[in-house]
Structures are given as structure tokens and as C-alpha cells.
Design a protein around this ligand. Structure first.
Ligand SMILES: Nc1ncnc2c1ncn2[C@@H]1O[C@H](COP(=O)(O)O)[C@@H](OP(=O)(O)O)[C@H]1O
Ligand SMILES: [Mg+2]
Ligand SMILES: [Mg+2]
Ligand SMILES: [Mg+2]
Length: 355
């Protein structure tokens, strides 16, 4: 068990940073305008909230931990915001960042547009196996965010290549289980924050500040009782492959499809027992899409591997180098799941080689 004081300041800073960033995202989601959405060179959407959230997290971490060296591996960069025609967008982001930081009475600062660009661009670190690196997805599940569905602010810390803490702020995730179709959504308290520190378990609290309680993954042992999480977006994960895996396992419940690392959070508290992710050929997973979710699930007693059963390696830079897909479940179900995955992958490669 790690000492409870280890990484405590960093965890407190991460919780504060992600909570403030979540506030900014909620403001934007409420008033989303079509002009708030840009297209990056890779054609994925990015909003003023992605940029604003990244700036807020970067600034808060630096202000809360002034004596520490700072390295941040983050998804966005300010390249497009420095181009002609982006002035209005940058103004709007700067205003959002200043308004968000001013809601915390301990910060008495006013940032210029240049300060905001610099804060966003401080996320260009390459990470790697030595030293400490923050890992940030300022909005994970941008597509869900734009639809008004699930998204997460995902922040982790790597130390010597290992994830040592993680925070997932999920502003649209109900406190009640999302896998229960009979729940009365009108009664839901909404907005959860998951936090985990190595050796110390995983906590969940309401985003607006209830006391934290320890959570644990589902203890089910019979896969027939498991329910499955997967991406809402079929372009992000092959739904037909996960369906053939759950058929092999005898899973009864229909898959629960939601965006972002909210899936890791929901699994960590036992809403469902399996999360499968099978990107289409050629896609490379990024560390910010998994670092926080990985430790939130591991510290809640779950396991995260690639499709071959290998541990995820966060020490290789901005990308995860892995075999085929990502599997998340509890320790009892993992061996069964791995077998089913291997069988389904064999069948799939057989059927494609026959084409
Ligand atoms: N073709 C693809 N295959 C797999 N993942 C993809 C993808 N295109 C984008 N993604 C990743 O999927 C993440 C969302 O995950 P999910 O599908 O679980 O909601 C995106 O994070 P961002 O929304 O932060 O860009 C992005 O990094
Ligand atoms: Mg993105
Ligand atoms: Mg992401
Ligand atoms: Mg993102």
C-alpha cells in the first residue's frame, strides 16, 4: 500500500483543475453554437470548450504546484487558434477561461489571449519513461459533448512511466447506475468525479462537492450476468466484434453505448462488468484516452489489458503501443473474456482471409 501522503498534493490539484474545467465545459455545452465547433486537420471536432478546458487545467496545475517541474502531454494545441480568422474564437476562449478561474476566490488573475495560447501549448510534452508527466484529455468524447451526451475531463499523472493518479470528471454522468433501464432519470443527481491514487483505491463524489466514497468494480463471476460498455460511435470501436464476443460469453443484456472515459468510471463503480474497445485497423490509441480511466478502474479492483492480455504501457510517449484492442473487466471474468476475445479474433481473421 502506498503512503497516503504520496502524490496527495498532486491529487488535490488535479481534482481542482478537472472540476474547474468541467465548469467551463458545462457553460459551453449549455450554449453550444455551431461556430464553436472547428475541424482539426484529422477532421475530428474540437470546440472552444476543448481548448478552454486544456488552458484551465494547465493553468490550475501550475498555480497549485508552483515548486514542481511541469510537463504536460495533452490532446490539443493552439496552432489553429494562431491562424488568421481565429481571433473571435480565441477571444471567446480567453473570456471563458478568465470567467471560470474567477469563480475560484483564491485566483485573482486576468489572462491575455497570448497567456491562453501559451497555456494550451504547454501540453506538447512527449511524455516517456522517466520523470513526471501530466496526461490530459481536456474533453474526452467531444462527439458526445456536441450531442449533449456523455463526455469527461480526463487527467492522469505518470511517474517513471506508470500512471500514479487519475481524475475523471463526468459532468453528465448520473450518480445512479446507467445500466439499470428501470431507473427514473428525472430523479437522477448528475455529475460525478472519480479519483484514484496508486495503492489507495478509487473514490467517487458528486462534481458539485459531496463527500467522496470508495467504489469497487462489479464482483459478478458469471458472464451471463455481465453487461457491456462500448463506444457510442461505431467508427471508434467495432460493434460487430464485441457482439460476437458477448455472444460467446452468453451475455444477456444489450450493450450500453456511451461516449468517453465515463465508461471506465461507470465500470469502476460496478454499473457494468465489461468494457470492450476495438478500433478499426490502423488506428493508434493515445495515452490521454486511457491514463485516467486505467487507474480509476485498476484501483477499484478491475483489470485493463490489450486484446492479447498484455498490460497497457504508458511509457512510450504520446501513443499506446498495443495489440488490437482494449479489454476492461474484473479479475474473475478476465480469463474468460480473454478466451472469448481470442476466439472471436481468430474467426474474424479466418473470415476476412476467405474473402
Ligand atoms: N477511428 C477511431 N478509432 C478509435 N478511437 C477513435 C477514433 N477516432 C477518434 N477516436 C478516439 O475516441 C475517443 C472517444 O472515445 P469514445 O469512442 O470511447 O467516446 C476520442 O477522444 P476525443 O473525443 O477526446 O477526441 C478519440 O481520441
Ligand atoms: Mg479529439
Ligand atoms: Mg479522447
Ligand atoms: Mg479530447
Amino acid at each position: 500500500m502506498a503512503s497516503s501522503s504520496l502524490y496527495q498534493r498532486e491529487l488535490a490539484a488535479a481534482v481542482k483543475a478537472a472540476s474547474l474545467a468541467a465548469r467551463l465545459c458545462q457553460t459551453v455545452q449549455k450554449s453550444i453554437l455551431s461556430s464553436d465547433v472547428q475541424s482539426k486537420a484529422d477532421k475530428s471536432p474540437v470546440t472552444v470548450a476543448d481548448y478552454g478546458s486544456q488552458a484551465v487545467v494547465s493553468l490550475v496545475l501550475k498555480m497549485e504546484l508552483p515548486s514542481e517541474s511541469f510537463s504536460l502531454v495533452a490532446e490539443e494545441d493552439a496552432g489553429d487558434l494562431r491562424k488568421d480568422g481565429a481571433q473571435d474564437t480565441l477571444k471567446r476562449i480567453t473570456k471563458l477561461v478568465n470567467e471560470t478561474l474567477s469563480t475560484d476566490s483564491t485566483y485573482n488573475i486576468s489572462l491575455s489571449e497570448e497567456d491562453v495560447l501559451a497555456a494550451i501549448d504547454s501540453g506538447k510534452s512527449e511524455g516517456g519513461p522517466s520523470g513526471q508527466h501530466w496526461v490530459l484529455d481536456p474533453i474526452d468524447g467531444t462527439k458526445g459533448f456536441l450531442r449533449g451526451d456523455q463526455y469527461a475531463i480526463a487527467l492522469g499523472l505518470l511517474d517513471e512511466g506508470k500512471v500514479v493518479l487519475g481524475v475523471l470528471a463526468c459532468p453528465n454522468l448520473p450518480l445512479a447506475s446507467i445500466a439499470n433501464p428501470d431507473r427514473d432519470a428525472s430523479q437522477d443527481q448528475i455529475g460525478c468525479l472519480f479519483s484514484a491514487k496508486i495503492g489507495c483505491g478509487t473514490d467517487m463524489q458528486l462534481l458539485n462537492g459531496s463527500t467522496a466514497k470508495k467504489i469497487h468494480v462489479s464482483t459478478i463471476e458469471n458472464p451471463a450476468d455481465a453487461s457491456l460498455f462500448e463506444s457510442f460511435e461505431a467508427a471508434h470501436s467495432m460493434h460487430d466484434l464485441s457482439s460476437s464476443i458477448t455472444q460467446k460469453l452468453g451475455v444477456q443484456a444489450p450493450p450500453v453505448r456511451i461516449d468517453s472515459q465515463a465508461k471506465y468510471g461507470a465500470l469502476a463503480r460496478g454499473d457494468g462488468a465489461i468494457y470492450l474497445r476495438f478500433p478499426h485497423k490502423g488506428y493508434r490509441e493515445k495515452i490521454w484516452d486511457h491514463a485516467a480511466g486505467f487507474i480509476v478502474v485498476s484501483e477499484a479492483g478491475g483489470v485493463v489489458t490489450d486484446a492479447a492480455g498484455n498490460d497497457l504501457d504508458f511509457s512510450k510517449g504520446r501513443y499506446l503501443d498495443l495489440d488490437t484492442g482494449i479489454l476492461v473487466t474484473n479479475k474473475k471474468l478476465m480469463p474468460l473474456l480473454l478466451n472469448a476475445v481470442q476466439d472471436a479474433l481468430k474467426e474474424k481473421s479466418l473470415s476476412t482471409s476467405l474473402l
